[in-house]
Write a protein that binds this ligand. Structure first.
Ligand code: AMP
Length: 329
């Protein structure tokens, strides 16, 4: 058992009130990891008060329900922050109101918030880390917990395309499946089954995406189109991974407008250039090859597109140069 896992297991034992939070605008990994960890702690310690907090997301309700907590009424509570590197993006939890904070995350480090910061940038997902925790600390995962963890890993690794080095992701999933006896064929449809209108919307994106000579693909999606295809403003975020493995595109960005928060939401992906440093200049961040940004001024979208296109150009140039430098036999 690694020392972080041992320390986390010890802290869980000590606290009676435990709250588990994750980032705003959650994806399957964020929701599945917080609900799985909550349920596993409840299973092991039925008398503890364990809550998973954050705005509920209708399309992820198959992972389980979230809890409401009045933080002012908590006393000496422990807060877990999962899948979220920065304090400003924690959904529905105030780190200052807790006796102790523990972060479990696979994003590059941003803000120090915890007495324990367990960060594995190489892990496919936070669900993979929670799986490792449960297995190492000998927590039981029932069928629901195991299904949630498996789906979170499948979603964040793009169906095992981006796994930890050395086969660790697959090894952990193998143990999880064997121990809990889940049938993955039954589980996959929860994540993968899609309505026809969403698939048609994906075709719209493919049809209208602008692709530059440097391999940068982009599309601004207006709310009229969202209405026409009967999808919601978050759908582009769910589809962005589906534009991987297109020969002419090495980096791509989809922009949709969040009417409620009056902000443009940008989902950026790459299969080469590092994009999180560019995203960080536009109120964003994330992983080297999967990032997001929130933009308030429409003019900044064009600036971001230009920056990403320039990053693609640089990347292609460096590839060419490194090929030239390779000695010929
Ligand atoms: P998404 O495109 O929303 O799936 O996000 C991809 C990655 O970027 C995830 O790891 C997010 O946590 C991160 N991310 C998205 N938006 C932001 C933002 N505004 N600031 C920092 N990180 C972000």
């Amino acid at each position: 058992m690694n020392s972080k896992i041992r320390a986390i297991a010890r802290r869980i034992k000590e606290y009676n009130d435990i709250v588990i939070a994750r980032h705003v605008g959650p994806d399957p990994d964020a929701v599945a990891s917080q609900i799985a960890l909550r349920d596993a702690i409840r299973l092991r310690y039925p008398s503890k008060n364990v809550y998973a907090v954050g705005a509920p997301v209708n399309k992820f309700k198959y992972y389980g329900t979230l809890d409401k907590v009045n933080e002012d009424k908590l006393n000496n509570a422990l807060l877990f922050v999962l899948d979220c590197p920065n304090i400003s993006r924690i959904d529905s939890a105030d780190v200052t109101k807790y006796k102790e904070v523990i972060k479990i995350d696979h994003h590059p480090f941003e803000d120090k918030m915890g007495t324990i910061e367990w960060i594995e940038e190489n892990a496919s997902s936070t669900c993979e880390m929670v799986t490792e925790f449960l297995i190492s600390a000998r927590y039981r995962a029932n069928k629901e917990i195991a299904e949630n963890l498996f789906l979170g890993v499948v979603a964040d690794s793009d169906r095992f395309l981006f796994t930890s080095p050395g086969g660790k992701t697959l090894e952990l999933m193998s143990i999880l499946i064997k121990n809990s006896k889940i049938n993955i064929r039954d589980v996959y449809p929860k994540l993968l089954l899609r309505p026809l209108n969403e698939v048609k919307f994906q075709s719209y994106i493919t049809e209208h995406m602008k692709v530059t000579a440097n391999g940068f693909g982009s599309l601004k999606i207006d709310n009229k189109t969202i209405t026409k295809y009967k999808v919601d403003s978050g759908t582009a975020s769910n589809l962005v991974n589906n534009f991987n493995n297109i020969e002419e595109i090495i980096c791509w960005a989809l922009v949709s407008y969040d009417e409620k928060n009056k902000v443009y939401k940008v989902n950026i992906r790459s299969r080469g250039p590092v994009i999180n440093e560019v995203a960080a200049k536009y109120n964003g961040g994330g992983h080297a090859h999967a990032s997001g940004a929130r933009i308030t001024k429409a003019a900044d979208i064009e600036k971001l597109f230009k920056d990403l296109d320039a990053t693609c150009k640089e990347y292609k140039k460096s590839l060419k140069e490194s090929k030239k430098e390779q000695p010929t036999e």
